[in-house]
Ligand binder design. Structure first.
Ligand SMILES: NC(=O)c1ccc[n+]([C@@H]2O[C@H](COP(=O)([O-])OP(=O)(O)OC[C@H]3O[C@@H](n4cnc5c(N)ncnc54)[C@H](OP(=O)(O)O)[C@@H]3O)[C@@H](O)[C@H]2O)c1
Length: 422
């Protein structure tokens, strides 16, 4: 069966979870049965039918939604899902625990795939085991299509594409600023964070993936000039403020370096990127940056210790299936700004891109990002030169994703520092 003869355009697997439900809501609100053949996927038919009833009650356009059953522990069921659809979008995590079977099934079926993983150790394993097979099968496996790592990866692509078209040279540095953000954490995300720390404590390859800034680059290309994520407060002349380490830097920076590598190094082999949290320019800015760095360091230390990690999971973190309230999702927001510094023949330039949303970054806005990344794959709206492989949002989809995100209400701008354009 060719990829175009499938029963569905898209299956959302994990639709009964916190993020999956929001993705399904986003799709039923934005699209109609005339424009999208999509099915709800999960392991429990009753829960899927309840979700179907809720979605139909909220929607004027949808009168029924097919459900497909697949359990991560039953490879045949994953093969059936992968063969039933052109694209699978999965929110079944932790991906280290549940994700590999579906990737394998999608490659086997030549099906496109996108997910929400922020688990560097797992992506590295998938890259090493499956990249060549996915290229051969023409299967686009696009990881990290949520708050990790679309804003950072796409903002970098926007800045670099602008630099190429206006100045004919790439930026040698792109720095990402997690400027403001308010949102919650779900049990699924907490479990995934714990899984990464667990892997780092037991598996030397996972430790390597987390310590090498180039660990997601192709094998043989895993070194370079970039020193990796910032760990201490630092004054940043580019944004004229003190900055602290960003909790998402270990993930987002590696994804951006993989984008550059997969695209054939259009931003140069000397390209550097970093993600930070900016504070202010004066002594108070230093104090705030110090407090953020200290808090992050303490959190990392605590999660690295097995018994503390288990205790936090048992008593402090939400359980799988629990997440932010509707009010928290609707009142949340985030802004990620990118500044790119380059040198043209007539002197230096600084570019700026911004991606922001007025919803909780990890759930409300993530559902929009994952849903629209999936739609880019469904409708072949990509400007990527890559027709298969283990890909990133920038390398596997590219700028058409920016247009789709604008269409669903996110702010996405790019321009020279003083005059941003749509
Ligand atoms: N990158 C980002 O910005 C971002 C944002 C949000 C979430 N995430 C990631 O997305 C993942 C999901 O998060 P979440 O909060 O939605 O988690 P969740 O609420 O716990 O949902 C997990 C989903 O996986 C399903 N599931 C669990 N075990 C399964 C199995 N053996 N076979 C098939 N399905 C199974 C659950 O089904 P049941 O309902 O039947 O239990 C549920 O639908 C996590 O890895 C999280 O880190 C990433």
């Amino acid at each position: 069966m060719s990829n175009t003869d499938r029963q569905y355009d898209l299956v959302v697997w994990g639709a009964t979870g916190v993020a999956g439900r929001l993705v399904a809501e986003h799709l039923t609100a934005q699209y109609t049965p005339e424009t999208l053949e999509f099915a709800l996927g999960g392991r429990n038919e009753n829960r899927l039918r309840e979700l179907e009833a809720d979605l139909i009650a909220q929607s004027e356009a949808w009168e029924e939604l097919p459900v497909v059953i697949g359990d991560a522990t039953e490879p045949d069921s994953l093969r059936e899902i992968a063969h039933s659809t052109r694209v699978v979008c999965t929110t079944v995590g932790p991906y280290t625990t549940y994700g590999t079977g579906l990737v394998e099934a999608c490659i086997d079926a030549g099906t496109d795939y996108c997910d929400l993983t922020g688990e560097v150790n797992w992506i590295r394993e998938i890259v090493d085991r499956y990249h060549d097979e996915a290229v051969e099968a023409g299967s686009r496996i696009v990881h990290s299509c949520g708050f990790d790592s679309i804003p950072a990866d796409l903002a970098t692509l926007l800045v670099q594409s602008y630099a190429a078209s206006e100045f004919d040279v790439p930026c040698e540095l792109v720095r990402l600023y997690l400027e403001d953000g308010e949102g919650g954490v779900s049990g699924g995300t907490a479990a995934s964070i714990a899984t990464v720390f667990e892997a780092a404590s037991t598996d030397p390859l996972a430790r390597q993936a987390l310590s090498n800034p180039y660990s997601l680059a192709p094998p043989g290309e895993r070194s370079g000039v970039d020193p990796g994520e910032q760990r201490l407060p630092r004054y940043d002349p580019l944004c004229s403020a003190w900055t602290a380490p960003s909790p998402m830097a270990p993930m987002n920076e590696r994804v951006i370096r993989r984008s550059n590598a997969l695209l054939g190094y259009p931003w140069g082999r000397e390209f550097r990127c970093s993600e930070v949290v900016p504070t202010t320019s004066g002594p108070l800015g230093l104090v705030s940056a110090g407090a953020i760095a200290g808090g992050l360091g303490l959190g990392t230390m605590a999660l690295s210790v097995g018994p503390i990690r288990s205790t936090l999971q048992q008593f402090a973190f939400p359980d799988p299936g629990e997440g932010p309230t509707r009010a928290e999702i609707e009142n949340g927001h985030f802004t990620v700004r990118a500044l790119g510094r380059g040198t043209a023949t007539d002197g230096p330039f600084v570019l700026r891109a911004e991606i922001s949303a007025d919803r909780d970054p990890g759930y409300g806005a993530t559902a929009q990002m994952l849903g629209e990344a999936a739609m880019c794959l469904v409708f072949e709206e990509t400007d990527s030169p890559l027709s298969g492989g283990i890909l990133t949002p920038a390398s596997g989809i590219g700028l058409p994703l920016a247009d789709r995100l604008r269409d669903v209400g996110l702010t996405v701008t790019v321009g020279e520092r003083s005059r941003p354009t749509e």
